[in-house]
Design a binder for this molecule. Structure first.
Ligand code: GAR
Length: 223
């Protein structure tokens, strides 16, 4: 079983998707060993408690800078003997020492089709505001490994979502979560934990892709 920590900052709906998918046997070989929150008031902490997962707060506000915060997260991951860290709505960029030590062992979910609407400053609702302002007809979500540069690491899974003319940032955010994030993030975690990912520089290959999510197909595409 892969000892996994889920890092959160807010609502934790992606954490919940992983918890639920694990209960339904869709996330295999994964031990949810810890939830680490950068925010003491995050609802994600309650989700962890309901699920019986040990939760830890590393409050970003009490650290003078990003480096010391990242160092504290790094130490916690090592103390807990974590193999895989999953950034599930975690709103901070982690520093190079952690990323180097956990190379190809930190997975992030981003609410757009990278490389669109990604990089520094592109997070949360801002991503959907930018997509609507640009007028794209299709957006989506990306599960990827983290490198030092924001949202630039090897892509594991992506899923497209239609943009509607009457969408608001909130309605689009909700649909991207429901149709894409909550499917591809648990799937990416399972692929890692099952040892089914082959990483060759920027390219990630999936050994024996089985489901539509793993093949990058949308729900409506013909088989
Ligand atoms: C999600 O949409 C996630 O993709 C996004 O924040 C939201 C958190 O929701 N993350 C980022 O923008 C990181 N770049 P959640 O707390 O309910 O999972």
């Amino acid at each position: 079983m892969v000892r996994t920590a889920v890092l959160v900052s807010g609502g934790g709906s992606n954490l919940q998707a992983i918890i639920d998918a694990r209960i339904f046997g869709e996330v295999k070989n994964c031990e949810l060993a810890a939830v680490i929150s950068s925010n003491p008031d995050a609802y994600a902490l309650q989700r962890a408690e309901f699920a019986g997962i040990p939760a830890y707060i590393i409050d970003r506000k009490i650290f003078a800078n990003r480096a010391s915060f990242s160092e504290a997260v790094h130490k916690k991951l090592e103390d807990l003997d974590i193999e895989l860290a999953v950034l599930a709505g975690f709103m901070y960029i982690l520093d190079p020492p952690l990323i180097r030590a956990y190379r190809n062992r930190v997975i992030n979910i981003h609410p757009a089709l990278i490389p669109s609407f990604s990089g520094p400053g592109c997070y949360g609702i801002h991503v959907h505001e930018a997509a609507l302002e640009y007028g794209v007809k299709v957006t989506g979500a990306t599960a990827h490994f983290c490198v030092s540069e924001a949202d630039a690491g090897p892509i594991i899974l992506q899923k497209a979502v239609e943009v509607r003319e009457d969408d608001t940032p909130l309605s689009l955010q909700r649909r991207v979560m429901e149709e894409a994030e909550w499917k591809i993030l648990p799937a990416a975690v399972s692929l890692y934990c099952e040892g089914r990912l082959e990483i060759d520089g920027k390219i990630v290959r999936i050994k024996g892709a089985r489901s539509d999510v793993e093949r990058g197909r949308s729900d409506s595409e013909p088989q």
